[in-house]
Design a protein around this ligand. Sequence first.
Ligand code: SF4
Length: 484
Amino acid sequence: MKRELFPIESVVNKLEQEVVDYAVPVVDLIAVQTKDPLKVLLATILSARTKDEVTAAAARRLFSKADSLEALECLSLEELEKTIYPVGFFRNKAKYLAALPAVLKREFSGQVPDTVEELVKLPGVGRKTANLVVAVAFNKPAICVDTHVHRIMNFWGYVETTTPLQTEMALRAKLPENYWIKINSLLVAFGQGTCKSRAPHCDRCVIAEDCPQIGVTPRKTVEEKRKNSSSVQKFISWNVNGLRAILKKGFLDILHELDADIFALQEIKAMPDQLPDEVKNIPGYTAYWYPAQKKGYSGTAVFTRKTPKDVMYGLGKEEFDREGRVLTLEFDDFYFITAYFPNSQHGLKRLQYKQDFNKEILHYMDQLAQKKSVVLCGDLNVAHKEIDLANPKANWKNPGFCPEERAWMDEVIKAGYIDTFRLFNQEPEQYTWWSYRFHARAKNIGWRIDYFVVDPASCDRVGSAAIHDDVLGSDHCPISIEFI
Ligand code: SF4
């Protein structure tokens, strides 16, 4: 396809239909909700190099303390830092916000200016931010070229540029003016949902026919990956809530049916010598056991078809290791960690213990990830987001969903680890644990507290992730991923 023939009008029309159901970029949302140029400016400054959900939360906190220039002026640098944390470069951004009121008052009579040339004189405001404020806050023609617009316009061959500034200038010369304001929010939404920087989803793209895919390596479908791979590996994780009990409920049949290469268990509640041979010597698998010192409590185990290079027991901390919570198998190209995270218990009595454990295991994962890929699976005993449990409002101070536990999951994701299930499934009502009471499982009143979490190096190898909620026998169900 020749570049000059790129059908921009029909592509923009198709994308407008497509992104209707996508998340609205946070700055646009704030513009619509507040119609306040100052808030749009503040949110835009916060949004640089920061995920939308983090920006939205930080903006909410900031606006609750500073809904005017005067109120912003009253916040100390330290308070600003605390308020906007954890947005990217929060210290620098706090400095810009602290300096902003004086500059706006001195140079612009306390008003947010509405031209790019004036806006770039403000602290922390570059051309991208300035264009976005002009377009979104003042509805005036301006083209905000961020990483999505720059990348996608080049994928389309609509421009041929190497920097966002070149892209902005090329678009100013070429893109019909009626598209200037909308092109940013359109391509941000599309870039976050489909045309991602790494391995875009060309297979499900509504404009694939129009796109020459210049410089693109499309994401391989699972089928393509399977075709080209002789080494698909399936991993299962399951909190069995007592291995001796579940053995009586067909555990071995389930294990064979699920046909995994590595089968990780948590809460085995048994010493190996309390178990029958049929589970200690499953044909084709080698078993590794890490029971708690206390009988009938906690403990982890792994059955593996592939022989590991090494097996590590625990975190090297007696207070966690006596409960048999972490078992790691080292293979050539990745570490496989299975973990049974502590429950913070009624009244959050054990929250501190859990937080100490959380801190320690994240540090452990970070250390291993410096050497090779990391896969962590197990019962993390926390539902990360409201979508991950049936009754978030009723549980927001309860064990497994209290702010401190969820903040740790935020930290894990912020550190670059990936909740693999959500790579493939954004639907609500996807649970892995149900209380035994009130027929919770039958009514699907559950929690998603079991996870496969991988580091970015492993992410591209994950071809599928699933919850096997039809498998009974425990109050948790098995979960799986496939490595391709
Ligand atoms: S076909 Fe691929 S590269 Fe082209 S717009 Fe769609 S996702 Fe992006």
